[in-house]
Design a binder for this molecule. Structure first.
Ligand code: PHE
Ligand code: ZN
Length: 882
């Protein structure tokens, strides 16, 4: 008896939270696994909240109920009802045991939520995805994160078809069954919410390593994949070990089971999942070798492996009371991953990468119709809230708190948080209380950051008084309205700053009313709408370096003179702010090109970078980032009316000017020098050289295609690894070079068997700028390797086009919008989660110039009128088209 709940009309609200009337203390699950049909038996040991008097209600979606019994006696039909995603059972008492048996259909599950098949019927394997509400597609359960149960899981299946049987927890026996079948049992000693349940069954290979935790536990680490990819799991295993050590050393957190399994799948809606003891990964974030993996992807693998591992404490041992608290685990875990990655690689580069991501993904979200607070107040479909705001802005909020407390204070606070809430479900208030109490501080003013959407604008004005030898810094804040939040409050904004003299030296800082020893860097907190900060003993007008390390997720507006930015670019020891000064100069140069007349700004930017170009002391990766102006999405954020074609053309022109200033010969020479060591090792120094090599080649291609394209072809042919190969291919393809066709064919032939490499082949073509992109996307949709059923493939082609190629997608004739709207309707019938995410490419359409705006509106209206949209897609379209 299938039941669906797609049309749930009302939003779910944070303020309506009530504790669960019924809990599950212990869950015993029995699986008879099969590809077409699997049967799930559940014995749930129930506990009733004596303070509440509600009937027993369990969540269940698309379950075929085969049997039901209460306290050992089968329940007659009149004693239970199953409708609209809820099973209601009469007669349950505190201590009752409810038994159900259901059938589910893995092979028909295209939503990739619940129990599903990855790969083909013949060779694929079975796996589960439960966060946020997938467990209810496996069995009846109070599927909410504040119900924590002990799980015992028994798996049974045909041995030849499913030789490997895995579930979360510790192994607790395995054996043979008649008829070529076998079984395996797992017991998880740690109570957990249902969203952390997982199983995997099929033909998989593994690599293993023994690990001993700092507190002495012997742990078997295993990474599993299908046979063809097992040689590409080594890097992830090393990353896992580094992450485990780091969490022991940095936060005193030890792993807590005898085994830790990680499994790769090519069919996954998201990046990866932290199921207790059995992490499941999108293969894109697990498999790595130099021939198929770019340097950026290597870093992503290390980061995601660490992220999922860190969840074992921030998420699993201490979980979320409800899904409004999602950032409690995600913001905190992203922050922990950022700290780890900074430690493993270059801290400045990591910060630049993360802030660039924030600006490209989160700021636009915060500025458009999908804006929501880090802790949303309501939702219709929780899967739509795994957003850049909850993750990336959430991590920035934790960073502000950590900065406020200092390293030792933050550690004290985290220790208290973990100790106090271990084995329980917590809230963001609990988190702030623990951090504050451990340090004798009231951090509750920071709660406002979690409740208020929108990116604050921070303005800074400085005034030097020669007679008084003071420098007065006036800071002011303003947050623009967002949907449902017209009026904004001031937030506590920590501004880390330094003052430079005109020779580029940092000045000692003596803040008014402060007696302690002067240092050259400090944090001031702007708590009101506007405040003055007076520095004493300042002889001449200084150059302020503000928001160092990006100390708060705000947009800083400060009218620097160009020579002041040039001074920071040349001298600021804060690597992030150094890059930021370069970005500010680039923005001015861009504006000058756009508005005409400002030659000096363009020349100033080019000259500043030309002066750094041969600086041997500069990290090549930082130089590469300095040579990259803000991206098209970031540029669009600064316009009142957006014309993506014009933005693309202007940004290209800006880069052409930079390339011309550097000079073709100098670029070629540099490329040759960097090409001389053409290895493919993923160490930081080699990565940095390849990053610069790519940037130099891209600049040269803009300046002198006749010289650059043959060079790109040679680089393509001789590349030792994917980073150099893909960089060269991208240059050929984006310039529509005659050599591109051959290179694409060679790439396709070389990587025909590897879905992840093939995704890059689709993505690089979807990003051809401007008019030609659409026809290419249409042609690629007809490629036999394209399918709407695989999320990675969809993201590679349609995601790269709609979200990663503004000038290609935003056509004045609206054909890009129509294509996307049509595909969304088709995709939605298969996989609502992926469809809803892809639809966010329409974010910001209201700020397009009038012709495109009207085209986008019509495409969205046609989609909205489609009728049978999922709750996921309907919610997004509803926000986009209010
Ligand atoms: N919780 C996962 C993470 O680490 C993300 C995820 C959410 C994965 C929902 C699958 C489904 O961030
Ligand atoms: Zn996470």
């Amino acid at each position: 008896m299938p039941a669906r709940n797609d049309a749930a009309p009302l939003p779910i609200r944070l303020r309506d939270y009530a504790p669960p009337p019924w809990r599950v203390v212990q869950a015993e699950l029995d699986f008879e696994l099969g590809i077409d049909a699997s049967e799930v038996g559940a014995r749930l040991h129930l506990a009733r909240d004596p303070a509440q008097d509600a009937p027993l209600r369990l969540d269940g979606e698309e379950l075929e109920l085969l049997a039901i019994a209460l306290d050992g006696a089968p329940l007659p039909a009149g004693r239970w009802r199953y409708a609209d995603g809820v099973l209601e059972v009469d007669g349950a008492r505190d201590g009752s045991v409810l038994e159900t048996r259901v059938r589910v259909r893995p092979a028909e599950n295209t939503a990739l939520e619940g129990l599903y098949l990855s790969g083909s019927r013949e060779a694929g394997f079975l796996l589960t995805q439960c966060e946020a509400e997938g467990f209810r597609r496996i069995t009846f359960f109070p599927d909410r994160p504040d119900v924590l149960a002990r799980f015992t899981v028994t798996l049974r299946a045909d041995r030849a078809r499913f030789p490997v049987l895995l579930a979360g927890g510790n192994p607790d026996g395995a054996g043979e069954l008649p008829g070529g079948r076998h079984w395996a049992r797992f017991v998880d000693p740690h109570p957990k919410p249902s969203y952390l349940f997982a199983l995997v069954a099929g033909r998989l290979e593994k690599i293993e390593r023994d690990y001993r935790t700092a507190d002495g536990r012997a742990v078997k680490l295993a990474i599993w994949s299908e046979a063809d990819a097992i040689g590409r799991c080594r890097y992830a295993l090393g990353a896992l070990e580094r992450a485990m050590r780091w969490d022991e050393e940095t936060y005193g957190r030890n792993y807590d089971l005898d085994v830790f399994h990680v499994v790769a799948t090519h069919d996954f809606n998201m990046g990866a999942m932290e199921n207790k003891g059995l992490n499941i990964f999108n293969a894109k974030y697990l498999l790595a070798d130099p021939d198929t993996t770019t340097d950026d992807e290597y870093r992503a693998v290390e980061a995601v492996v660490a992220h999922e591992y860190f969840h074992n404490w921030s998420g699993n041992r201490v979980t979320c009371r409800d899904w409004f608290q999602l950032s409690l685990k995600e913001g905190l875990t992203v922050f922990r991953e950022q700290q780890f990655s900074a430690r493993m690689n270059s801290p400045a580069l990591k910060r630049i990468e993360d802030v660039a991501l924030l600006r490209r993904a989160q700021f636009p979200e915060d500025a458009g119709p999908l804006a929501h607070p880090v802790r949303p107040a309501e939702y219709r479909e929780i899967n739509n809230f795994y957003t850049a705001t909850v993750y990336e802005k959430g991590a920035e909020l934790v960073r502000m708190l950590a900065g406020r407390l200092g390293e030792a204070g933050f550690r004290r606070g985290m220790d208290l948080y973990f100790a106090r809430h271990d084995g329980r479900a917590a809230t963001l208030e609990d988190f702030l209380a623990a951090l504050g109490e451990a340090n004798g501080l009231d951090l509750s003013p920071y709660l406002a950051w979690y409740a208020q959407a929108g990116t604050p604008r921070l303005t800074a004005r400085g005034r030097h008084d020669a007679a008084a030898r003071t420098y007065t810094l006036t800071l002011a804040q303003h947050t623009p309205p967002t949907p449902g939040q017209p009026d904004k409050r001031p937030l506590p904004i920590p501004v880390k700053l330094a003052l430079f003299d005109r020779a580029g030296r940092m000045l000692p800082l003596r803040l008014d009313g402060q007696t302690s020893a002067a240092s050259t860097e400090r944090v001031v907190v702007l708590a009101q709408a506007e405040q003055d900060f007076v520095f004493r003993g300042v002889d001449a007008p200084p150059v302020p370096s503000l928001l160092r390390g990006f100390s708060a997720p705000v947009i800083l507006e400060c009218d620097y003179a160009p020579e002041e930015l040039a001074l920071l670019l040349a001298h600021d020891p804060d690597g992030f702010n150094r890059w930021e000064a370069g970005q500010q100069l680039a923005l001015r140069a861009y504006a000058a090109l756009r508005d005409g007349g400002g030659e000096a700004a363009v020349e100033g930017w080019c000259a500043a970078l030309a002066a750094l170009f041969d600086d041997a002391a500069l990290d090549p990766a930082l130089l590469a980032d300095l040579l990259t102006p803000p991206g098209e999405i970031e540029l669009a954020e600064r316009e009142r009316e957006v014309d993506p074609a014009r933005i693309h053309a202007l940004r290209q022109e800006l880069q052409r000017r930079l390339a011309a200033a550097l000079g073709g010969e100098r670029l070629e020479r540099h490329h040759r020098k960097l090409a001389a060591d053409a290895g493919a090792q993923p160490d930081a120094a080699a990565q940095a050289r390849r990053r610069l090599k790519r940037r130099v080649l891209e600049l040269l291609a803009l300046h002198d295609p006749a010289a650059a394209l043959p060079l790109a072809q040679r680089q393509y042919e001789s590349a030792a690894g994917m980073t150099d190969r893909l960089a060269a291919l991208a240059v050929l393809v984006r310039h529509e070079a005659p050599q591109a066709l051959n290179a694409l064919a060679a790439f396709r032939a070389r990587h025909a068997q590897d879905p992840l490499a093939l995704d890059k082949w689709f993505a690089v073509q979807a990003q051809i700028p401007g008019e030609p992109a659409l026809a290419r996307v249409r042609a690629l949709e007809a490629d036999p390797a394209f399918t709407l059923k695989n999320p990675n493939r969809v993201r590679a082609l349609l995601g790269s086009y709609a979200s990663g190629n503004p000038s290609g997608f935003h056509r004045a004739d609206g054909a890009g919008y129509r294509l996307l709207a049509e595909r969304l309707a088709q995709l939605d019938a298969l996989n609502p989660q992926v469809a809803a995410r892809l639809a966010t490419a329409f974010n910001g359409w209201q700020r397009l110039e009038p012709v495109r705006r009207e085209q986008a509106r019509q495409a969205l209206a046609a989609l909205a009128g489609h009728g049978a949209l999922s709750r996921n897609l309907a919610e997004i379209v509803g926000h986009l088209l209010p």
